[in-house]
Structures are given as structure tokens and as C-alpha cells.
Design a protein around this ligand. Sequence first.
Ligand code: SAM
Length: 280
Amino acid sequence: MATVDGLPPLREVIAHHGLVAKKSLGQNFLLDLNLTSKIARQAGDLSQCDVLEVGPGPGGLTRGLLAEGARKVLAVEKDSRAMGPLSEISAAYPGRLEVINADALEIDPLERLTPPVRIVANLPYNVGTELLVRWLTPPEWPPYWASLTLMFQREVAERIVAEPGSKKYGRLAILAQWRTTPRIVMELPPEAFSPPPKIHSAVVHLDALPAPRFEADPKMLERVVAAGFNQRRKMLRASLKGLAPDIEDRLTAAGIKPTDRAEQIPIEGWCALAREMAKG
Ligand code: SAM
């Protein structure tokens, strides 16, 4: 059966190349090209952008990104078995798809990309969270990317968008919401994937803000947030005691009650505390 891009359906591609899903690589493939185009559209207008796609696998999302008009896709995939299917897509879209067979955690693809850059990925969940944290904590802000559109386990997606006062509010919410505007834009049931995972998934879209919402040194902010949420049930005067002997005074100076718990403090409060701590 023909597809929108004239390439064979993904089931045929996978069978032809013997790309049996490997658990060790977290492989749960999206086979419905309407769905992958819909995910690609969540990334925004791609026509003037280079897209970094991490973990393309057999290329369902890659085909969605190209069909939706991405100027160029740079795809980084660890599994060499996916190189055959991906080179067929390259041939169907001359000059628009570059593939690198590498571990995304070990390479810096920046030199092969021309801004503006959007990052899109359906990755194994552990790799996705590690990359998200790296993308959110570059040495300089704004980062090289304009937006991230990433598939996560629904529970992780909820942690990224969580608000103060919720059990899901923590380090991920603060890192993400301090300098981006994260939104859950799609939810996907297990049956959307082959093989189906045990959990539900969700796509989160994050646009990079031109500047952080509140002033703070990133390293100091990470330090206070990590200490606060490490013992999230304790009052802050206890959980942050190790950071400074006069922590109660510093909390008060930052407008925070020392008896509050980490999950009650909005991002503005964490930034104020990071500024107090930076005074030495
Ligand atoms: N994007 C494809 C899709 O939506 O059908 C595949 C998704 S599958 C959940 C995750 C993909 O990430 C697999 O192709 C896997 O081989 C690849 N992958 C896993 N770890 C990786 C890493 N560290 N670097 C690059 N790719 C990786």
C-alpha cells in the first residue's frame, strides 16, 4: 500500500530490514505515519528550521518531520540496524536528512546544525530525561535550540509541567519552567507503539524563553533545589541546614518561611534563595 511519501509502510520496512525491537535500546516504534506527522506538527513551523531528531529508529517520526516540511533533519541513532531504513528516507528527500550512527549522550551535533534549531525525539525514557536535563542546563542562555518536543512516560511529563503544591513538583518542573514554557501537547496510549510499552506516554513541548523568568545563578539554583527536594518531607530549615549555618535568616531574607516544605515554594522563591546563597 502506498504512503504519503511514497516509501513503504513502516511494518514492511521493519520486516524487510529485520529490525526486531530490542528492549535493551528501549525500542517501542511508532508505525502510524498520520500519528508521527501529528507529533511533528506539535514542534511548530519546521520550514525555516533544522531539526535534531534523537533516536529515529526505523524513521516513522523522521518521515513525519520531513513530510511536515523540515528544512533539514539531523538524526542521531545508536542502532546500526536502522541505517538501512534511514538511508532509504534520505534518498526520498535528497539533501534534507543526515544520519549519524552514534550514542546521542556522547556526541555534540551542534556543528552540523544551522539555527534556528528545533529538537524532536521519541527516546527511551531514561535517555530522554538525561538529555532533557542537559538541554535545560547549558552554560549560556538562550540555548542553541528554540524548542524541544519530546515523548516521555506520562508520569515524567506530568512532573515537567507540575505546579507548586503538587506531589509531582520538583527539580524537573523547576529546571523546565524557569527558562521554558513546557506544555503537554499529546497523550498516547500503549497501543500507539509497537511493541506496546506497559505505560502511557505524553509529548511535551518546551519553547525556550529569551531570558530566565527570574534572575539566579544556574549552579546555585540547582544546588538549593537538589538539597530541598532530596528530603522533600522535611521543613526547609532542616533539609537545607547543610547549605549554610544561618539558613533560617537566608530563607527569611528570600521571603520563604523556614517551616515551609520544598514543594510549597514557587520558582520565584527558589531563585530568590539562590541569590541569597550567592551573597557568600
Ligand atoms: N523515534 C522512533 C519512533 O518513534 O518510532 C523510535 C523510538 S524508540 C522509543 C527509541 C529509539 O532511540 C530507538 O531507535 C533506539 O535505538 C534509539 N536510542 C536508544 N538509546 C539511544 C541513544 N543513547 N542515542 C541515540 N539513539 C538511541
